[in-house]
Write a protein that binds this ligand. Structure first.
Ligand SMILES: [Zn+2]
Ligand SMILES: [Zn+2]
Length: 337
């Protein structure tokens, strides 16, 4: 299976947290957390269409300014999600600048901001042309764990405890459509943009009897199929990828239960490991995890792969110890499970 989501941490493990998730073959990306994102090239930042912010401690939110700066004057619709108080935080950022010339931009940057509470959300929109004054009163909607959904993709959140509410975040392909090369060859079809249309039709669960046409450029004379016929010949459906991002959480029974359920069967879990187990008391006081706890949670959730980050500067030069501790715990609890 060729993965569609390609997550990578924005910074090294001692620097600000942030997970950049671009989509294969599409100028689109998701980001979890907006710490310092200066290392991301502008062309990557401009792909972002959705940002989930776990909480607004400065190391997770200072990158909002760079995002805003780069997107200003472009035709973009940016979805932003964060925990309770997020609307005020975003409005505070926006009101820190003077926008008297913002209506001169040709293209409107629109921000759709959603504050996520345990069982409801509050949404508010802002537009550059309107000097980022709110366009509406907050709209309240029930929240059932899903932040964003489209036929192929789902972004979810869970509320965790960091002495303040902190969101755990995940993105999941609902399933993955693999294209079989031999099938294309057999039918004499050339790959092209039509394949993404074809995949979209499958993701939308269009009627298999619906007609699907492959243009003459990709097949001599052009060919018509039913969607069902074509999928039988050229597609194989496999489970989609799941990427989970957990940071800034205390190790407690309640957090553990929620994280294990939320991250269950992820292909890749990104999880903080701020301290070493020998400093677990400090970890507890500061509402963070140790590397051992991170490895244990990864094992209990049955994830295929995990990466740790957000190391305390006190371990500078000793990062191998953190990686080793997390891996040992993962192997230990995997065997147990
Ligand atoms: Zn942090
Ligand atoms: Zn924090």
């Amino acid at each position: 299976m060729r993965p569609c989501l390609h997550p990578k941490l924005v910074n090294g493990p001692f620097d600000d947290p942030g997970l950049f998730i671009p989509f294969l073959f599409s100028k689109r990306a998701i980001i979890f957390d907006l710490g310092d994102i200066d290392r991301l090239p502008a062309k990557d930042i401009l792909k972002i269409s959705l940002a989930g912010v776990t909480h607004t401690h400065v190391d997770h939110f200072i990158g909002f300014d760079r995002l805003l700066r780069l997107m200003l004057g472009r035709e973009k619709n940016l979805l932003l999600f964060g925990p309770a108080g997020f609307l005020k935080n975003v409005e505070g950022k926006l009101s820190g600048y003077t926008w008297n010339l913002a209506d001169k931009y040709n293209y409107p940057l629109c921000l759709e901001v959603t504050e996520v509470h345990p069982d409801f959300t509050l949404g508010r929109n802002y537009r550059c042309q309107d000097r980022f004054e709110p366009l509406n009163d907050p709209v309240r909607q029930p929240f059932n764990g899903v932040l964003f959904m489209e036929p192929a993709l789902k972004v979810s959140a869970v509320h965790l405890d960091h002495k303040i509410p902190c969101l755990g975040l995940s993105v999941e392909e609902r399933f993955h459509v693999n294209i079989i090369k031999e099938g294309l060859n057999r039918l004499g079809l050339q790959p092209g943009p039509w394949l993404s249309e074809f995949k979209q039709a499958i993701y939308r669960r269009d009627d298999p009897k619906a007609k699907f046409e492959v243009a003459p450029r990709q097949s001599p004379g052009g060919k018509q199929f039913t969607l069902g016929e074509l999928s039988e010949q050229i597609a194989r459906i496999t489970a989609g990828q799941k990427i989970t991002y957990i940071t800034d959480v205390v190790y407690s029974e309640s957090n553990q239960d929620k994280i294990v359920a939320f991250a269950r069967n992820s292909d890749h879990l990104f999880i903080e490991a701020v301290f070493m187990e020998k400093d677990r008391r400090v970890a507890r006081q500061k509402y963070h995890l140790t590397a051992r706890q991170a490895g244990k949670l990864a094992a209990l959730a049955g994830v295929k792969k995990f990466s740790i980050f957000h190391f305390s500067p006190r371990y500078s030069g000793q990062e191998n110890l953190l990686y080793q501790e997390a891996l040992d715990a993962y192997n230990h609890y995997r065997q147990k499970g």
